[in-house]
Design a protein around this ligand. Structure first.
Ligand code: NAD
Length: 346
């Protein structure tokens, strides 16, 4: 494989999300989709039919066992899009076979296994990227720019709502399924990880699998973040809000026309010297701006970034350490849920 050369990729896991990777990899200029793997033959066949009608290039090979697929000599990289409990063994096998990997979120189901995957990829000098898709979403990039340029002033707090009626997963609870998105967004905004977490959760739909969760994350400099996830709420919301001393920014992923809104309003406490050091609240009221920016398909951006990382053109925005950090936070959330919201320090 040479730098800048078309890469041969395969997808392991051809379910609901895997078919999006399959579509993109068979269409993109920098990639050849050379194989797909799923233990379910029906999932394989359905995707094969779809690709054969659109793909030119090398013949597509089908596998039900990823170990057989990883023996392919002409395979450069794999996308792992199976259920989360299988990510660690598949990632380790792919790295052992010398393949670069893009593994879906959550990277693994324990920080120990996430660390093993990171170490294995580092030892082999392979690219390991985690599918924290929102880091490849131009609306999130826009909000990050506002934070970095200081437009928001001091970031006081952030919150995210990710609610809907499902889609309900069997393999993980709603917190491990949905919260990785918001944790990765908040870690990205803060360029840091939380110092502590506190969480409560409940199972309404099934025993022992939490479908509703309320998570608080304490970042350095007293910045608070809150995440509400639910599979049991008839109102679909996909919203991330950042409140700063100068401005408030909203990323509404459900809106087609107003993805990002900036409220030029805020309140700051200023010392009032006439009142012997008492504080005066200064409220600024300004306009609401909806910025225009180009929106690309986030998954396509993510895959292109993966290819650029393999070529050594850039450092991954969501590397193995970022994936590990999110898994550590999810583990702490689990511990807090078990003790009814007790803060867990990381
Ligand atoms: N980034 C996002 O927005 C997003 C959205 C949905 C799902 N995901 C992630 O994608 C991954 C897959 O989710 P999904 O919704 O497609 O699940 P899914 O259950 O629809 O599909 C998973 C597929 O993997 C196959 N599989 C499982 N174990 C396997 C193994 N050992 N070998 C071969 N095939 C195996 C299953 O047969 C199934 O077809 C999960 O990690 C999920 O969190 C991400």
């Amino acid at each position: 494989m040479f730098m800048g050369e078309k890469k041969n990729l395969a997808v392991i896991g051809c379910g609901y999300w895997g078919k999006n990777y399959i579509r993109l990899l068979s269409q993109m200029a920098d990639t050849n989709l050379v194989a797909i793997c799923d233990r379910d033959k029906e999932a394989l066949k359905a995707n094969q039919t779809r690709i054969l009608s659109s793909q030119s290039g090398p013949r597509l090979q089908l596998f039900t066992d990823y170990n057989d697929m990883l023996k392919m000599d002409n395979l450069d990289a794999v996308v792992i899009c199976t259920s989360p409990d299988t990510h660690a063994p598949i990632a380790k096998a792919a790295i052992e076979a010398g393949k670069h990997i893009l593994v879906e979120k959550p990277m693994t189901m324990s920080s120990d296994s996430a660390r093993e995957v990171v170490e294995a990829a580092t030892m082999k000098g392979l690219t390991l990227m985690v599918g924290h898709i929102f880091l490849y979403n131009s609306a999130v990039t826009k909000v990050k720019e506002y934070i970095e340029h200081g437009d928001l002033g001091q970031v006081y707090y952030m919150y995210a709502k990710r609610t809907n009626l499902g889609p309900i997963r069997k393999d993980v609870n709603a917190l491990w399924d949905l919260a990785p998105h918001d944790i990765s967004i908040f870690n990205h905004f803060m360029a840091n990880t939380p110092e502590w977490v506190s969480a409560t959760a409940c199972s309404f739909l099934r025993d022992k699998t939490e479908d509703v969760g309320f998570i608080t994350l304490g970042y350095p400099n007293k910045t608070l973040a809150h995440i509400h996830v639910s599979w049991a709420d008839p109102h679909k919301e996909r919203e991330v809000v950042v409140v700063g001393s100068e401005q408030r920014v909203v990323f509404n992923d459900v809106s087609q026309t107003e993805k990002v809104k900036i409220y030029h309003k805020g309140v700051t406490a200023r010392k009032n010297y006439e009142d012997f050091g008492d504080f005066q609240m200064v409220i600024r009221d300004g306009e609401i701006v909806i910025p225009a920016f180009p929106m690309a398909e986030p998954l396509r951006e993510q895959v292109q970034h993966f290819i650029n990382c393999i070529d050594g053109f850039c450092e991954s925005r969501s590397n193995g350490y970022d994936g590990l950090a999110v898994v550590r936070i999810l583990e702490a959330i689990d511990r807090s849920v078990q003790s009814f919201g007790k803060p867990i320090y990381l």
